[in-house]
Design a protein around this ligand. Structure first.
Ligand SMILES: [Mn+2]
Length: 464
């Protein structure tokens, strides 16, 4: 490792550097200003001869040396840089100055500028952010600690963001399931979300509005009371705590509200709480929060703020990839595998479209098969369809640079069922009854050809 030769302009800057703490390979030099005492800042030597090539030559420059110049004086920089260049024109130089802008910098092949004070300023601002989050945590704890039983209410059919946040809030309160259960008016439906709950060893208790009476504290995460509808029980219109990232709504009272609509996920808020409170979340909670951010932002794509990225990066360092995989790819049932085998045995990709019809399957098999089907050579579109209950359900994936999947699926189901989605993922549901009415039967081959034709038409249809 080469030396870092640090040259500070004046005692004040040198003392600041001294307080930051010097690294082992740093050689500390200072150039006294005319108007200041020559009392040596601890750890520093005077650059004998000032900002001249001779002075730098005396330091015995070696290959691998790097320089940092700390000053807020433009002329000082314009003297120092050429003096170093005269010894070795290639030596990297870091300028720590808030005085010069990029345009005012002297010519040099390897020069980087950053503001010493703005660097410290940024860190201080970040610390104030942590402090504000800590303040929130303290307030929430003060409010809820005296309560016997705190209900952590999630939206009906809780999603990963809500589930992870409920889990995190319970941890922040230092409580366990009996005194802070996760509750909801509707069960967890999606297989990935059930997998999350299972993998975390959690339970989301489905309650009726009457059962709210057993709680003397109520906290809502990732949801606000208006979601429960016009006829929501009075108890959810006056709650203790609301932590959410959806746009702020009115029509309810909360003692403490922390609503941040610029955030892509509530899990980002809870991650900030945990960090500010100095808590080290378990691998399980870390993975759950990461998955919460990932699924709410569609992998940092949609409505992602810098805060989401920061929390994601923080969580990513300590999450469990194996656990995340188990959540994102729930185990396929054996009969689902068999249905897939049958569908694959006669598969073909035509006009860039790959349609796989599975017959009767568990619903979560369908999107997983769609993911896989897109990997077929030549496929720009993958459609996996199966029969679930009395519906034909299909998942659609595309390569991303073709027409939006949601738009195409809406065209396919028009007049028959419901559907929608995003750029490269979508889902449609057509009641079998409606399908048979149009296509007379609903056997596998009929479903395959009907979907294929409908997708060809929808993909190539002119935009309205
Ligand atoms: Mn959310």
């Amino acid at each position: 490792m080469g030396r870092r030769i640090i040259v500070c302009d004046g005692a004040e800057t040198a003392r600041l550097w001294g307080r930051i703490g010097a690294a082992d390979n740093e050689q500390l030099l200072w150039v006294p200003r005319e108007d200041e005492s020559r009392a040596r800042p601890p750890g520093f030597r005077i650059l004998q001869g000032g900002l001249t090539p001779e002075a730098f030559e005396k330091l015995g420059p070696k290959e691998g040396d790097e320089y940092a110049l700390a000053t807020d004086d433009g002329p000082w920089i314009r003297a120092a840089v050429p003096a170093i260049s005269a010894i070795d024109p290639e030596s990297p130089i870091l300028l720590l100055t808030d005085a010069l802008t990029e345009d005012d910098l002297p010519d040099h092949p390897c020069l980087r500028r950053t503001g010493l004070k703005t660097l410290i300023r940024d860190d201080i601002d970040e610390e104030f952010d942590h402090l504000a989050n800590l303040h929130r945590v303290v307030e929430i704890r003060q409010l809820l600690d005296p309560r016997e039983k705190v209900g952590i209410l999630l939206q009906p059919d809780p999603d990963p963001d809500g589930i992870a946040c409920g889990f995190a809030l319970r941890g922040l309160l230092g409580r366990k399931r009996p005194t802070a259960p996760l509750i909801s008016f509707g069960p967890v439906q999606r297989p990935e979300n059930q997998a999350l709950v299972q993998a975390m060893g959690l339970e989301v208790r489905v309650i009726t509005p009457d059962e709210l009476d057993e709680f003397d504290g109520l906290a809502l995460v990732d949801v606000q009371p208006n979601v429960f509808g016009e006829n929501a029980p009075a108890r959810v219109r006056s709650v203790d705590v609301v932590i959410d990232h959806h746009p702020e709504r009115t029509g309810y009272d909360a003692v403490l509200k922390d609503i941040r609509p610029s955030y892509g996920a509530t899990a980002t808020i809870l991650t900030e709480y945990l960090r500010a409170a100095g808590m080290e979340p378990s691998t399980g909670l870390t993975t759950a929060l990461l998955y919460g951010i990932k699924s709410d932002t569609q992998y940092l794509g949609r409505q992602t703020s810098k805060r989401d990225m920061q929390s994601f990066a923080y969580l990513h360092a300590n999450h469990s990839p194996a656990l995340l995989q188990r959540i994102e790819r729930p185990a396929l049932p054996i009969d689902g595998m068999r249905a897939l085998g049958r569908a694959l045995s006669r598969t073909e990709v035509r006009d860039g479209i790959h349609v796989l019809v599975l017959g009767r399957v568990r619903e979560d098999v369908i999107p997983q098969v769609a993911d896989m089907a897109l990997q077929a050579e030549g496929a720009e579109w993958a459609v996996a369809a199966g029969i679930v209950g009395s519906d034909l359900v299909f998942s659609v994936r595309n390569v991303g640079y073709v027409r939006a999947a949601g738009e195409v699926v809406r065209a396919v189901v028009e007049g028959l069922g419901v559907g929608g989605g995003h750029r490269s993922m979508a889902k449609g549901i057509i009641p079998l009854k409606a399908f048979r009415k149009v296509y007379r039967s609903a056997d596998r081959e009929r479903i395959r050809s009907a979907l294929f034709d409908a997708f060809v038409r929808a993909i190539h249809r002119e935009r309205d």
